[in-house]
Ligand binder design. Sequence first.
Ligand SMILES: Nc1ncnc2c1ncn2[C@@H]1O[C@H](COP(=O)(O)OP(=O)(O)O)[C@@H](O)[C@H]1O
Ligand SMILES: C=C(OP(=O)(O)O)C(=O)O
Length: 458
Amino acid sequence: MKYTYWMVFVVLIKNRVAMFALSQKKHGISFFFFFFCEWKCIISKVVTLLVERGLTEQTHHHFVKNMFIRPNDSDTTDKKPDFTVFNCWNMVDEDWKKHGLNSEVFVTFNLEKKIALIGGAWYGGEMKKGIFSMMHYWLPMEHCLSMHCSANIGEKGDTCLFFGLSGTGKTTLSTDPKRRLIGDDEHGWDDEGIFNFEGGCYAKTSKLSRSTEPEIYDAIRFNSLLENVWVDPLTRDPDYFNLSITENGRVSYPIEHIQNREPSLSGNHPNYIIFLCADAFGVLPPIAKLSPGQAMYHFVSGYTAKVAGTERGIKEPVPNFSSCYGAAFLTLHPLEYAKLLKEKLEKHKADCYLVNTGWTGGPYGVGQRMGIKDTRACLDAIFDGSIKKSKFRKDDTFLFEVPESLSGVDPKILNPKNTWTDKEKYDQEYKKLAKRFADNIALYAQGNVNQYKGCGPI
Ligand SMILES: Nc1ncnc2c1ncn2[C@@H]1O[C@H](COP(=O)(O)OP(=O)(O)O)[C@@H](O)[C@H]1O
Ligand SMILES: C=C(OP(=O)(O)O)C(=O)O
């Protein structure tokens, strides 16, 4: 950009000289300066384009290096790529409708040639998420469950999975100084246990601060890649609180940037499974224990709210049911993944919980987002086993078990109705949410989960 400004300056000066020469009837000199200006202009434009294109290509290359598993130097296996992603980020056809597209963005796969073609998307995550969809196709064929979840492991080798849609806290909560990080987004579960199939982490930067998320904040250093983040033009410091252009900030960094990580990127069969949701209605409790049947129900429902900072155009939370907490990545019918999870749960008997990282004290606009500290305290009670000593109340409609007290958590927030000023309104919203769940699950009973028509019978 600086080069462009300098060129504008040069062009202005040269033009003035040319005009002056013209007024003096020095046509040769005038012609030379005019021509020189045009020539410089063209050069300047070409240089700018090349620089911008080069930067974007380097950025994609860096993202891929951060996010995919890097072959190590001692790896003697064939280095031929398993899959090739072509990212034509600037290929936008204004007339995209005529190609039958739903937007200017397209993501296509050729499974035989092992090629992905992305067009019109500036979102770096598209590259890893495309391959994630492929893993959702291949892994189940080997009786391995592909999962949109993060994972970490405790001192005693106890493994925890955190399922959840974008923005519900998979990255934030799995990055826990007391537990080794296995991975923050994409895992498989086979007969040996669980494993991460990424080499990096992808965190949200909106309002990121060292006080609430120190490990992620400090992971942002050389080799990290910031995306959509405001950078001060003078100091070149990122400003995670300047959301004037977008809240959709991201950072990718190699998993080695997290100090407390599990080097094998794998773990035993899970001891705990957490389903994260960001309930924008402020109705669900911050934590509830699920029976295996209820766990299956929530997995298939995949309830959350899309929150600002996760998708273009989302300015306030929008309730959403996304099968298996990742409908966008499923390449088979959701019940195929559910069947696999059911089998594994029956065999390995993990404790399952629903954790609401969404609103408390009222719905979005009235209440506030659950404190990260409170959510962490709920999780600590699972990991140190103290939750098992709590007294539980059974929820009338959802039938899950809600602890009445937990160490380090204000008992008031454990029962969301107590946090609302208008109790009647709470009851109304609670019933409405229960109906949303019922209506959504009914789609399965009718064999009518729209986006999976064409995935074949189950
Ligand atoms: N109680 C909470 N638990 C987890 N994250 C929270 C909470 N409250 C606010 N947040 C914010 O929500 C966002 C969660 O994003 P992230 O952890 O990247 O989710 P995911 O990995 O599931 O997409 C972060 O910006 C985090 O600061
Ligand atoms: C990758 C993203 O989400 P998630 O971490 O939930 O997969 C994202 O929102 O860019």
